[in-house]
Design a protein around this ligand. Structure first.
Ligand code: NAD
Length: 351
């Protein structure tokens, strides 16, 4: 066994109905005096409850999906104007992403309070969109100093969004098995993430107010992000990144749709990973485990339902082929990639 693994340094405080108290403790520990709270208008009621115990300097709600550069610059100028010494983000991946954009140029610490299962809070990956192109990069400055997880904050996330968001986490786990820097540590975190997400999502589907289901999903989402941050982007993430950017598809739903096709494509060429994923699902095969869960969840099925036009498939293949990771267990050529995209576009059962 030989590997080179980096563990990112970050404090995680996990506790249901504990976010407000945990935030008071963190602001105190960090000695922050001028806090900037970032939360979209939609997320503001959650943010108000979470920040009730701290003194807040400035509130910023100019949040948009995929962090447009103008929004990043606006948030940075607000932080500078108010001489902020801590950013507290309360919201989904878009809100966390804006906080990261501020940290990237200012070096300010972030306390992230996630309200979806996207997992951005546990990675050092940033993303910014300029002229309809999303650029991503890695910078340890954007890794939140602390993450405060509170499953009660995700109760208001509608079931369909919870499922898509949780399957986004599942995609981090599955792709971590064969991503460029995969190693035994990432794989064990990813396997436990798959188990926790599968268990949690099934409970959310049956009983959306069940806090144990929400806790398992949040815990799985965190593990998925830690594994992904360390292992890097595999084939699945490269495909979704291209599709999301080029055709403006919804992030979580695109991941939820594409995942079973990438898993089916790679599983036969990655027997060890296949066995691990199957065991995490408690299923005979990895594909069967994922498909059974997706059927139970009534998960998003087809790229055509996400707004992608079929005639874009050859162009999408042109964009994806040059970024396929060398580490992918199976060779990806134009024919196999187009076939995968056509199956995902139509939402085919058998593939
Ligand atoms: P999002 O943040 O855009 O949120 C989706 C919607 O849900 C928004 O309208 C939001 O206001 C609402 N919402 C959030 N929490 C809610 C709650 N508890 N109750 C009700 N509504 C709520 O979507 P997302 O899927 O969380 O994040 C997607 C973004 O995150 C993408 O831009 C993606 O690229 C990024 N991302 C980044 C990383 C990374 O490592 N950098 C990882 C995963 C995702």
């Amino acid at each position: 066994m030989e590997f080179d693994h980096v563990t990112l340094g970050q404090r995680v405080r996990f506790g249901t109905n504990r976010a407000a108290d945990n935030l008071v403790a963190e602001v105190d520990r960090l000695g922050a005096k001028r806090v900037m709270v970032i939360a979209s208008r939609h997320e503001a009621p959650i943010a108000e409850a979470v920040t009730a115990g701290i003194e807040t300097g400035v509130w910023h709600d100019d949040v948009a999906p995929h962090v447009p550069i103008a929004k990043a610059e606006h948030a940075r100028s607000v932080a500078a104007e108010h001489d902020v010494d801590l950013v507290v983000s309360v919201g989904g991946g878009s809100t966390t992403g804006l906080a990261k954009a501020v940290a990237m140029t200012t070096g300010l610490p972030i306390v992230a309070v996630p309200t979806t299962y996207a997992g951005s809070e546990a990675t050092n990956v940033w993303g910014i969109t300029e002229s309809a192109r999303k650029t991503t990069g890695v910078d340890d400055k954007v890794l939140p100093t602390t993450v405060i997880y509170d499953a009660a904050l995700t109760l208001s996330l509608p079931v369909d969004l919870s499922i898509a968001s949780g399957l986004n986490g599942m995609a981090h786990c599955v792709d971590s098995m064969w991503a460029p820097r995969t190693d035994p540590i990432n794989q064990v975190l990813a396997a436990e993430g798959i188990r926790a997400l599968a268990e949690g999502l099934a409970v959310i589907k049956a009983d959306p107010r069940n806090l144990t289901g929400r806790e398992n999903t949040l815990y799985g989402a965190y593990l998925s992000a830690v594994a992904f941050a360390s292992a890097g982007s595999g084939l699945h993430h490269k495909i979704c990144h291209v599709l999301g950017g080029a055709y403006d598809l919804p992030h979580a739903q695109t991941h939820a749709v594409v995942l079973p096709y990438v898993l089916a494509f790679n599983a036969q060429a990655a027997p060890e990973s296949e066995k691990r994923i199957a065991a995490a699902f408690g299923a005979a095969t990895a594909v069967e485990g994922l498909n059974t869960l997706r059927a139970a969840l009534d998960a998003p099925r087809a790229l055509k339902d996400c707004g992608m036009a079929e005639e874009n498939i050859p162009e999408a293949a042109d964009l994806i082929l040059p970024v396929v990771p060398d580490s992918n267990p199976r060779t990806v050529d134009r024919e196999s990639l187009e076939e995968l995209l056509r199956a995902a576009h139509a939402g085919k059962d058998q593939w």
